[in-house]
Design a protein around this ligand. Structure first.
Ligand code: GLU
Length: 293
């Protein structure tokens, strides 16, 4: 997190007071107009701001969105930085904010973030509240089990303890696929991984990208394995407030990243170490666009 000088904090506070007094007339949250010099609408840190971009990411998903001190890494982080750059924002203009699965729509509709890049699947239900650029990547839902587990597929989950995250497509899908499963829902996947490693649950289900990232962590070396039989299509979109006018522009940027090899490089740099290979039948996505508005 950037340290701000006392002068900047005072200036931000003063500007915030101005914004509050002009309450209702600002249009912050649409990510500005792409001009990094568009300073001065005075949003305090942590709110979507006009003099930079506030971007929601995961903080606990290695290879995708990970916070370590003031360092942020992962595929979603790299795609976000690259998109921001195309929109005219330098990396230091970005304020990163944690966007846990159950909070993403709310963070966007209340303008606490300008955009979300957080393994965020495009769904019709979510499109009632927010819009999506993309998809920029397609993953699939899978299962993570301990190395010695006898679970070898969805059919083995009846009556077993399965962990996932509240509000995720993963939790919804599995309840439809295996109505007899005992689903335990947490706020983050990292909580589930701890339970799995402790032996208090039988399996963890979510996107194969996320599972591969955990399985490859040093602390779980040789302990966890992804089954490798994905049973859904998770189309990762860039979440935006419905008022944003940047959706189509971001679609073009994302298409460009697939056309010029940027996406492949980002995927390899972030997921290669976890031995994750993007499904070549689904990537590049068949169509980037169609989810704005
Ligand atoms: N991609 C799925 C979703 O958006 C699962 C991963 C997540 O929760 O971020 O629900």
């Amino acid at each position: 997190m950037k340290q701000h000088s006392p002068y900047r904090i005072a200036a931000v506070l003063a500007a915030s007071a101005l914004v509050l007094s002009a309450c209702g007339s600002d249009d912050e949250g649409d990510g500005g107009d792409g001009d990094a010099g568009d300073a001065g609408n005075g949003a305090t840190e942590g709110e979507a701001s006009g003099d930079g971009l506030t971007i929601g990411i995961k903080f606990d998903q290695p290879g995708l969105g990970l916070q370590e001190g003031d360092e942020y890494s992962g595929m979603d982080v790299d795609v976000a930085v690259a998109v921001a750059e195309e929109l005219g924002f330098a990396e230091e203009d970005i304020t990163w904010r944690e966007a846990p699965t159950p909070q993403r729509e709310n963070l966007l509709t209340t303008n606490q973030v300008d955009m979300i890049f957080a393994t965020y699947s495009i769904t019709d239900a979510r499109k009632e509240e927010v819009q999506f650029a993309g998809p920029y990547f397609v993953a699939g839902q899978d299962l993570l089990v301990t190395e010695d587990s006898d679970v070898s597929g969805l059919d083995d989950l009846d009556g077993r303890l399965l962990c996932s995250v509240t509000g995720s497509t993963s939790a919804n899908n599995v309840q439809e696929e295996v109505p007899g499963v005992q689903l335990q829902e947490y706020g983050t996947y990292s909580e589930c991984v701890e339970q799995l490693a402790n032996g208090t649950i039988d399996a963890l289900t979510t996107d194969d990208t996320i599972l591969a990232g955990y399985a490859a962590q040093d602390q779980y070396a040789g302990q966890l394995r992804v089954l490798g039989e994905p049973f859904s299509e998770e189309n990762y979109g860039v979440g935006l407030n419905k008022d944003s006018d940047q959706c189509e522009e971001i679609n073009e940027i994302l298409q460009g990243f697939w056309d010029d090899g940027t996406m492949e490089t980002i995927i390899e740099e972030n997921l290669g170490a976890a031995n994750y290979t993007a499904n070549p039948d689904l990537n590049p996505p068949a169509e980037i666009g169609g989810h704005c508005g």
